[in-house]
Write a protein that binds this ligand. Sequence first.
Ligand SMILES: [Zn+2]
Length: 464
Amino acid sequence: MRSSKPGIPVRTRQPAGAGARRTRVQVAVAAGVAVAASLAGVGGALAADTTPGTGPGTTQSATPSRSAGPQQHVEYFTSPDSHPRHTEVPAPARLNARQRSAIAGDGKVVSLVKNGPVGAKADVVFIGDGYTKSQQDDFLTDVRRKWKEVSAVEPYRTYKKQFNVWAIEAVSPQSGVGGDPDYGTSKRTALGSSFWCDNVERLLCVNHEKVEAYASKAADADLVIVLANSTKYGGAGYNDIVSPSGYDGIATASSDNPDSSQIVVHETGHSLGKLADEYWYDEYGTYDGAEPWESNISKLKSAQLTAQKKKWYRWIGQTSPDGGKVGAYRGGGYYPRGIYRPTQNSIMRTLGNEFNLPGREAMIAGFHRHSSVISATTPTSTKVRRTKVVTVEAGKGVQLRWYVDGRVTDKGRDDASMTPRALGVPADGRAHTVSVRGTDPTKAVRDPALRKLLTKKLTWRVAS
Ligand SMILES: [Zn+2]
């Protein structure tokens, strides 16, 4: 149903197969003002944030009125403790030669946090928008603060060391972004960010073709966050974008609003955790499609999950960090009926809350799809001398076991630096290998298939 746009392939996410229903949402959105009321359906605590109009009159980032052209699925948030919502906005056109060349000459890449090699860490790339040439230091300060806020949330906090953080300095002609402070404000910026996207004040859209052009400058972007230079609350999630550069999805957030960090965390629930939304729209009615692919929603009730050993059954009955016990609560994946979610109110339903236990498990697994529990400080590509120290970098609590010629030894247990000699490699002129296996023993990941992501073995050849 969702139309793709040229340039960046769009993955068909199938959140409970909402195709036909989405058409109704689009119609509702097109109808304008009534949208907040008609879509809320999730407790009624939502402030209607839509206002009639045709979008901010920005030259670069205006949200055109709805047309039949390609659409882009986005998720947005009306207030810091709200349930998210989603809608479709017009997709940007493919960049022309002049735009490409402007970006080619811009976008200095700065390393802000380096915990290990690019291949062994999850690389978070922040791109600034609405920062002029003289404001790039402010941008770097804002990135540091935003990452501090994001990485204060579990399970980021525990796994902070699994990430590298990069900043890409995009120089904007003007300071600030469209739609800030008010509807009519227009700004010329590097990435075309603007509030009031689709007539929704807090929906902070960006030209994701430009995001891709900037993000491709990073060595390996696993997660892309666009920071708009603003104190105004807002952001967005572009979760069906699969980038040629390797990242899944884009999150946007305002730089100087602490609550906007929650938007980023929620969006990474989709991009890194592959989690479904746990909210719903009343008008979606009863779900009658196939079992959803996401790990945190299901057609099955608690007893069925347990009996069939499906989805989050290993967590049922456990007390969850977002409150209450894990079970199967009615509503999720946009449907109020016919779909169940693991807990009452996780961050995948309401901002400001924690991930639930199945969500944490999925996030930790996601972190490790882009990073390893250990990385080689001594390169594995070159032979090591028998008397020379071999060193690995390991996350906190990671258990280390060493091997000689493929056989495990008790020597050097949990030691990150060892010599082949101390491990028992003989000086017999023969070829030998030493290896080390790192395993994260966390109890937060129970699924054996995911636990495999939490172990890594490195091997060195020892010079004879
Ligand atoms: Zn979401």
